[in-house]
Design a protein around this ligand. Structure first.
Ligand SMILES: [Zn+2]
Length: 277
């Protein structure tokens, strides 16, 4: 049986797959702030889900950049208590099975590329717009090789722009379109913002991030996901993109993500299988 997980700043999701294709109903829990507490809850939940059956491999995503060996978080505003804690080794010890860990946005991108909006495309660019902004480049069904991961949210859109809520540097994409940036700017949760003009402006800025990522990643398709995409008009993004992207004869297709909250788990299942087989 395969174990898959997705550890976010607010919730963690765990699920098992007996056939390596479909997922059983995921268990969703509040992510403990403390790493040791989190690991105990993780172990208890897996024992419950697996019903004593042996785990042959596990994979999952976690919110934040990982060290070069993909064993632990090196930074994370959402999970400060988990930084530099032996995540991979601890889970490996629990179940005696190989464990593969990735940045959460990259693993959702892999899920979308293989079983969601990116099916049938060789090079998929995934960008998620949520509390923060992240993403990854997926090539031939695998997360593209990288040294430190992908951080499209921290590309500079304007050198004198507003400060990035995550790193405090001016002009990052995340400072314009993330949930945190909008909450800071308008003083309310983004889901309570109903003014169409504000959302059009968010779509406008997002277009520049999408544009720059397209130039560097040169994908067949770009998939946009994350909670903020519920309010951002895909039509506006495509329309603006057609105006500013002139160096390529035609802009690649821009699509919405299709897997919702389960994208990370499907990506993790693909990754567990890729590394196990
Ligand atoms: Zn930043």
């Amino acid at each position: 049986m395969f174990l898959v997980f997705d550890i976010g700043g607010t919730n963690m999701r765990l699920a098992v797959s007996r056939d390596g294709k479909s997922l059983e109903e995921p268990k969703i829990l509040k992510t403990p702030k403390d790493f040791d507490e989190g690991m105990l809850l993780f172990k208890k939940t897996v024992l419950n889900l697996s019903d004593g059956e042996k785990i042959k491999a596990a994979a999952g995503g976690i919110a934040g950049p990982l060290d070069g060996k993909k064993e632990m978080l090196v930074n994370s505003p959402n999970l400060p208590g988990w930084i530099k804690k032996p995540l991979k080794k601890t889970i490996e010890k629990f179940f005696g099975a190989p464990i593969f860990i990735e940045n959460d946005a990259a693993i959702v991108g892999l899920g979308e590329a293989l079983v969601g909006a990116g099916i049938g495309y060789a090079i998929v660019a995934y960008i998620t717009v949520s509390t923060g902004v992240g993403g990854a480049r997926i090539v031939d069904g695998k997360i593209d090789r990288n040294k430190m991961g992908f951080e499209p949210g921290h590309q500079i859109i304007e050198i004198n722009g507003p400060l990035c809520p995550r790193c405090g540097i001016p002009g990052h994409l995340e400072g314009y379109v993330s949930g945190t940036a909008l909450w800071n700017k308008y003083g309310k949760p983004p889901q309570d913002i109903t003014d169409k003009k504000i959302w059009d402006e968010v779509a406008y800025y997002l277009t520049f991030g999408v544009h720059n990522s397209l130039l560097h990643w040169s994908p067949d398709v770009i998939v946009l996901g994350g909670s903020m995409m519920k309010s951002i008009s895909l039509e506006k993004v495509t329309e603006n993109l057609d105006k500013i992207l002139t160096i390529f004869p035609k802009a690649p297709l821009v699509k919405r993500a299709e897997l919702g909250d389960k994208g990370g788990l499907y990506g993790a299942l693909a990754m567990a299988k890729q590394h196990y087989e």
